[in-house]
Design a protein around this ligand. Structure first.
Ligand code: 4AD
Ligand code: MG
Length: 430
């Protein structure tokens, strides 16, 4: 028996192969039975002609419930009308497991219904397209840094200290001690950068986000590069080059999937250098000129980001936010110490912030004072302060949320569909 994956049947044209999969759909007309078989790599139409199968096999196939598993053997016939260009002319069917009545039908289902059945929903062609795109995004992100001599340094998940403020921390009982699920690998990447120069991590991060928005998960994946001797301008160059490269790679690998999702490919093709760069101050002016009141000093909300980014056909980089609105580790702008040397990259088409980063405070005393100003306990940060005690250098980095990137690239409204098993305020199952 020659086994074949549906994505590779072209190599077996006119040969007899066996395809192992699940029944995605079926219909019959007279002596003909059409089975849509899905094997994970694709879906193929398999045609049975009544006289060529034992009667009981034909009957069983004719009534086989959706998602039953089966192995079909037959000849691979080129057929212009078949999706994929080939159909299988069935000679034999082995039934593996007959499915119970499948809850997900072609009719419209609500999102809550589908999310409750996420383990099954993942079998649909739309979810396949999203997950394959996600896999390509992750591969493109990793290759970008691997190919440029960054060293992968995995950050821990259990951490003693807050990186992104204390309001979104998940506490964990750790043998009687209280530790936290990591909000960001950044502080560890800073240690990595002092040891290896250019490093990155990619892993799950956690935030106790109490609000329900289309951009927030409580568990999401982030890729975080960190580079020694890099300043804010260099960090923006890196972020820009990285985003352009990832978008290009995904367009190359996943055009078919993006088309299935109905994505406007042209909008992604315009993601080229240079990205516009505006200061926080200019962004506030812009918002006001567009009739959106904004208090100088406040961080931007989702709505502000959407409005700002809608002015451009590619991501916009907003830099130098007021330090008071940002995390403790950011370096003040020597030209105007009210401002932080930070950058947010905002995606167009309403997707908002996909990257946050900047230059880090590298002076021991200033950093210690900032930790105290933010009301953080200094003890858990002593190791971090060591990085400023032993050969401190200017350094910078950023974090990009994988799900935000996938949502934008796929043109999906809510990030919940961009991760296999989303975790949100009111969802920790399945
Ligand atoms: O802007 P954030 O909070 O930055 C940091 O965590 C830095 N320590 C990163 C660094 O400099 N190494 O988060 C970075 C990115 C955001 O731009 C967004 O893409 C994503 O992480 N993100 C989330 N994605 C989904 N759900 C959430 N709750 C997210 N919070 C942040
Ligand atoms: Mg941010």
């Amino acid at each position: 028996m020659v086994l074949a994956h549906i994505s590779e049947v072209a190599a077996h044209a006119e040969q007899v192969v066996s395809v192992r999969g699940w029944l995605a759909g079926r219909r019959s007309s007279g002596k003909l039975l059409f089975l849509q078989v899905r094997d994970g790599t694709g879906t193929m139409q398999c045609t049975a002609f009544r006289p060529s199968l034992p009667p009981e096999v034909f009957e069983q196939a004719k009534h086989l419930p959706q998602e039953s598993s089966l192995v079909v053997t037959g000849k691979v016939n080129p057929d212009d009308r078949a999706p994929g260009g080939y159909e299988l002319q069935i000679e034999e069917i082995a039934f593996v497991s007959s499915a119970e009545e499948y809850p997900i039908t072609p009719k419209e289902h609500g999102t809550a219904f589908l999310l409750d059945r996420r383990h099954l929903w993942l079998r649909s062609s739309r979810q396949h397209a999203i997950m394959r795109t996600r896999a390509s995004v992750v591969r493109a992100c990793r290759s970008y840094f691997d190919d440029r001599n960054f060293t992968l340094i995995d950050a821990p998940i259990f951490t003693p200290a807050a990186c992104e403020g204390t309001t979104t921390l998940f506490g964990v009982d750790y043998f009687g001690d209280r530790v936290f699920l990591t909000q960001s690998g950044q502080l560890y990447m800073e240690a990595g950068a002092m040891a290896f120069g250019k490093v990155y991590c990619l892993g799950p991060t956690f935030r106790a986000e109490k609000s329900k928005t289309r951009r927030h998960l409580t568990e999401f994946w982030m890729i975080e590069p960190e580079v020694a001797y890099l300043d804010l301008a260099g960090d923006m160059d890196l972020a820009e080059d990285f985003v352009v490269s990832v978008v290009a790679r995904v367009l190359e690998e996943r055009r078919e999937e993006l088309e299935l999702l109905g994505r406007d490919i042209g909008a992604l093709e315009s993601v080229q250098k240079p990205f516009p760069r505006i200061t926080y101050g200019e962004a506030v002016e812009t918002l006001r000129s567009m009739g959106h009141e904004h208090e100088w000093g406040d961080d931007f909300g989702a709505e502000d980001e959407t409005v700002l980014a809608s002015r451009y056909d590619r991501p916009v980089m907003v830099h130098r936010y007021p330090g008071a609105a940002k995390a403790f580790y950011m370096k003040n702008d020597p030209e105007d110490p009210k401002l932080a040397l930070c950058v947010d990259v905002l995606a167009p088409e309403g997707y908002g912030e996909i990257i946050g980063g900047g230059q880090r405070e590298d002076d021991l005393d200033v950093l210690r004072a900032k930790i105290e100003e933010h009301g953080l306990p200094t003890d858990p940060f002593e190791w971090y302060l060591d990085l400023r005690r032993y050969g401190s250098v200017p350094h910078a980095g950023f974090g990009m949320g994988i799900e935000r990137m996938v949502a934008w690239l796929c043109g999906i409204h809510h990030v919940r569909e961009t991760i296999p098993f989303p975790r949100m305020l009111e969802r920790t199952t399945p």
